[in-house]
Design a binder for this molecule. Structure first.
Ligand SMILES: [Zn+2]
Length: 273
């Protein structure tokens, strides 16, 4: 092994080669996704596809890893920040920038080995998961929210591994029709934007997600299950397995939301949503 990865050789004798041969997509390069980029670069992932159609704004700089003040004036795309961070750490990594919506470069996304998602809405999560199911891609999702209660603010979040043919975001209860309708109503009335965000929960969630990715790829430690749902409480700084998925796993309840015949390239080119 070369010196760079000596300290992580415990991940497995072939881990350096495994990671160098890995093609990971990051969808959404904001407060969560930028942690992904930084960590994938350090750990030695060979090819990283970054999807984000946004530019760096002043309001991003409280949490966008690698974003700098000059990016605001320069109207720098977030995918450029990704390339700068990743290539700066690991020049051997191949960074592919997609400054568009992921659905506009879907063919490229389908070629990833694993998809990491840090997107803004439940509707977007659902679409992304549906796409990943169709192409048999493991999807790792993170998200956080700040909820105002009468007694103060509560930071909540999730890290989810959604594997083909296993429990999905709907199974886990993260997404249901009521959540989607509420989100859509908020969007229509114009109060969906500017959700509170802060750097450290994103860091916790993204780091945990990268840990799951490494468990998925390398032999150092098996995943607890093919489906994982960890709930984050930012007020107590804890991550706990979600009871609902634990119950499903324990009782052998599988996913009924994605029929097996809705898989594969045959549907490519059909309307996604
Ligand atoms: Zn399901």
């Amino acid at each position: 092994m070369s010196g760079r990865f000596d300290r992580q050789s415990f991940l497995g004798a072939d881990s350096e080669e495994l990671l160098a041969g890995l093609r990971v997509a990051i969808v959404g390069y904001g407060g969560g996704g930028s942690h992904f980029g930084q960590q994938l670069a350090h750990i030695g992932v060979g090819e990283i596809l970054v999807f984000d159609d946004d530019i760096v704004e002043e309001t991003n700089l409280n949490r966008l890893v690698g974003g700098v003040s000059a990016d605001v004036a320069a109207i720098t795309p977030k995918v450029t920040v990704a390339d700068r961070v990743i290539s700066g750490v690991n020049p051997a990594a191949r960074v592919r920038q997609f400054g568009c919506k992921w659905s506009e470069a879907a063919e490229e996304l389908a070629g990833a080995h694993v998809v990491l998602g840090a997107v803004d809405s439940f509707a977007e999560r659902l679409n992304l998961e549906r796409f990943c199911r169709r192409f048999l891609l493991p999807y790792i999702d993170i998200g956080m929210d700040v909820i105002q209660r009468s007694e103060g603010y509560e930071i909540v979040g999730q890290v989810i591994l959604s594997s083909p043919e296993h429990q999905c975001l709907r199974c886990m209860g993260l997404i249901n029709d009521a959540v989607l309708e509420k989100e859509e109503r908020a969007r229509q009335y114009g109060d969906a934007g500017s959700k509170p965000q802060v750097i450290w929960p994103n860091g916790v969630l993204a780091s945990t997600a990268v840990g799951l990715l490494i468990q998925l790829i390398t032999p150092w430690q098996p995943l607890p299950a093919a489906a994982v749902h960890l709930e984050y409480n930012g007020n107590t700084s804890t991550l706990q397995p979600a009871p609902r998925l634990a119950y499903m796993l324990e009782h052998g309840h599988g996913c009924s939301h994605y029929p097996r015949d809705e898989v594969g390239d045959a549907l490519f080119g059909a309307p996604l949503f």
